[in-house]
Design a protein around this ligand. Structure first.
Ligand SMILES: [Mg+2]
Length: 353
């Protein structure tokens, strides 16, 4: 692997996630039956372009993913470089407050006073509200201190997991447990339920291994290894067994010959973090060599299509890289250039000092 191969995977992760977000956003609140009625038997298989701008618009999932990257990079710029350094979380929280401001809200005091200027806030297009998660908004409007062990609320909505890919991108050499912990803590900035936080950490570690692991592991092996790390940390939680059973089910369903419709139904609808991860993993495992098929499966169901699409696109995009993503998902994608620029930034800031 050379530097360009890693960059290709980072680009694949960010652009792949945005592609799934954009494809799914058009049908986020639709049942499968209405998706088929509108788009035909196969469901939605191509972007539904915005009639004003001609672009495939992304939603809060991609916006917040970019702000997660900007928050971690801000911490690194201010000298907080070690993985799982608790001093990093207030920078990410500050970046989320910047996102909160783009959503027309007035943020309270920043948790850090040396937050570098936000590049994302200079982009007029970022100031669009695209069905932002209500839990994210209310948690960011609260001045309360919060972390994994002092929960801000009892939510495990998928708005906590869909923004987590940069955690895995930006710390290539961290230990798996460190990445799982970072993902869980960043998740806890807005969502306090353990089943919001644990899957977010697992997802971040899957992304790290998909991009930075040179051992040519399969996605099933990567998932197993991320689960091992999370079990070491959270295996004693009352909720761990339920989470592990759901992820095991996703892995096993991916190998059967049932339809995606019936398999995905068995995993839930993706409105909550553990189901979003399970559905995304199912799709990425089942279509490990076919990005388009993965993306299409990941959004055509009764549930939260943009977030399951975003997480699936992040995972498979990281595994196969940008060059292997079909052109049709790059053409007209909102923020395409910005995502490539952020991939470069992430690649530059992922190198340890
Ligand atoms: Mg969304």
């Amino acid at each position: 692997m050379n530097k360009n191969d890693y960059l290709d995977r980072i680009r694949g992760c960010l652009v792949g996630g945005a592609a799934g977000d954009a494809l799914g956003y058009a049908v986020e609140f639709d049942k499968l039956r209405s998706i088929r009625k509108e788009y035909g038997k196969q469901g939605i298989t191509e972007y539904n372009l915005d009639f004003l701008t001609g672009s495939a618009v992304v939603s809060d999932d991609t916006q917040m993913t970019l702000f997660t990257a900007e928050g971690i990079i801000a911490a690194k710029k201010c000298g907080v470089v070690k993985p799982a350094d608790k001093k990093m979380y207030p920078y990410v929280h500050s970046a989320y407050l910047n996102w909160y401001e783009t959503q027309g809200r007035k943020p309270g005091k920043m948790p850090v006073n040396d937050m570098p200027a936000s590049e994302l806030m200079d982009i007029p297009e970022m100031y669009k509200t695209r069905a932002p998660g209500l839990t994210c908004l209310s948690a960011l409007g609260s001045p309360k201190k919060r972390d994994l062990y002092n929960p801000i609320n009892d939510s495990k909505g998928c708005g906590t997991i869909m923004r987590m890919a940069p955690v895995g991108i930006l710390y290539p050499e961290a230990a798996p447990e460190e990445i799982v912990e970072m993902g869980a803590e960043i998740s806890a900035i807005t969502h306090g339920h353990p089943l919001g936080c644990f899957p977010s950490g697992i997802f971040a570690e899957i992304i790290r291994q998909a991009i930075w692991n040179d051992e040519k592991k399969t996605l099933a092996e990567i998932t197993g290894s991320a689960m091992d790390a999370a079990r070491n940390l959270y295996g004693k939680s009352d909720l761990w067994e339920d989470l592990e059973a759901l992820i095991d089910k996703a892995v096993s369903l991916a190998g059967n010959d049932g339809s995606d419709e019936s398999n995905i139904k068995k995993l839930g609808e993706g409105w909550v973090a553990e189901e979003a991860l399970a559905i995304a993993l199912y799709c990425a495992l089942r279509y490990e060599n076919d990005f388009s098929a993965c993306l299409i499966a990941s959004v055509n169901h009764d549930g939260d299509s943009d977030s399951t699409g975003a997480v699936a696109g992040n995972i498979l995009g990281a595994l196969i890289g940008y060059d292997r993503i079909d052109e049709k998902w790059k053409k007209n994608l909102q923020f395409h250039k910005l995502l490539l620029h952020f991939a470069d930034e992430c690649a530059a800031w992922s190198v340890s000092e």
